[in-house]
Design a protein around this ligand. Structure first.
Ligand code: NAD
Ligand code: MG
Length: 298
């Protein structure tokens, strides 16, 4: 589908109503091995220069929502550094190619964010290689489904909190000294922050923390001219889900309980991140944009 064909599309039918087959990958998984492959906007996202000259760091930018944001940012005129786990190099290189085809600089920064020293290393490298930093997208996250609260191990809970929220504090603290007035931070939270599912309750708790953190930080940084906001996706077809994020048997029905009747695709998130990063949203501070197919949200 081209961008022009999107103009009058019925949102319920923008994507064919497929049932994804049951499939499974070890965490964090590779997008290139999913059936069907998620749409990160490679064919459809059209930029209009809204982020011209911006220098962005996107964590988890190799696949899914982060990859769609990287593609959109590049096509809007930004240079983009992406962080991801070393095992995701193949997905990251695919995204880098799209960024470079858009005529922008792509910087690849593998590193495990659950290790405390990764945060400052990737920020410093991004600043070095982009010549500065003015847009941060904290998007990396891990979601491992566990049936039964009693079965959530210390290790599982610890790893989820380290990756999803503790690393977000560290990356943001490392980035702050580099952010001039006019810079932006967008954090990926989730509908799980408001409407948690028991089988991913450690994950849901981190997403509530991220939402709350975004609103507090927004208040502190607004007087310095740095805007902080969040995006809360609903069920989006990304490798997070078949890489142990959901029970395998739930995948064919994934997203079908939304008012639109289907899961979202990563590229459908990108405009929210572009809006919150663009100076056009200059009076939007401490907000959460819900992109969830119509589920009731505050
Ligand atoms: P994804 O698997 O494509 O992206 C998540 C990325 O997080 C991975 O690609 C990986 O690079 C990164 N990551 C995970 N652990 C890491 C670690 N230890 N160190 C560095 N990077 C690490 O899946 P996605 O759905 O695009 O996820 C992006 C964000 O969106 C996550 O924060 C997720 O919680 C959030 N989210 C997703 C959904 C959904 O339905 N897919 C819904 C709400 C929120
Ligand atoms: Mg990935």
């Amino acid at each position: 589908m081209t961008h022009d064909q999107l103009t009058f599309i019925d949102p319920a039918h923008r994507y064919p109503a497929t049932s994804a087959p049951e499939q499974s990958q070890p965490e964090p998984g590779l997008e290139s091995e999913m059936i069907p492959t998620p749409d990160i906007g490679a064919e459809t996202y059209r930029g209009t220069g809204r982020l011209k000259g911006r220098r962005a760091l996107i964590t988890g930018g190799d696949s899914g929502i982060g990859a769609a944001v990287a593609v959109a940012f590049a096509r809007e005129g930004a240079d983009v550094a992406i962080n991801y786990l070393p095992s995701e190099e193949e997905d990251a290189r695919h995204v880098a190619e799209i960024i470079e085809t858009a005529g922008r600089t792509a910087v690849l920064l593998p590193g495990d964010l659950s290790e405390p020293e990764t945060a400052s290393r990737i920020v410093e490298e991004a600043v070095d290689r982009l010549g500065g930093l003015d847009a941060l997208v904290n998007n990396a996250g891990r979601q491992i489904a566990v049936e039964g609260f009693a079965n959530v191990t210390d290790e599982q809970r610890h790893e989820t909190f380290e990756t999803n929220i503790h690393a977000m504090f560290r990356v943001t603290q490392a980035a702050l000294p580099h952010l001039e007035p006019g810079s932006t931070i967008v954090n990926t939270t989730s509908i799980q922050a408001y409407d948690p599912s028991p089988h991913i309750m450690d994950y849901a708790a981190t997403k509530a923390a991220i939402n709350n953190f975004s609103k507090a930080l927004a208040q502190e940084l607004a007087p310095e001219g740095i805007r902080v906001n969040a995006v809360a996706p609903g069920p989006i077809w990304t490798v997070l889900q078949p890489a142990q994020g959901q029970p395998v048997e739930a995948l064919p029905e994934f997203g079908k309980n939304t008012p639109l009747g289907r899961a979202g695709q990563p590229t459908e998130l990108a405009p929210a991140y572009v809006f919150l990063t663009s100076p056009e949203s200059s009076y939007v501070v401490g907000s959460t944009i819900h992109v969830n197919g119509g589920q009731t949200s505050p």
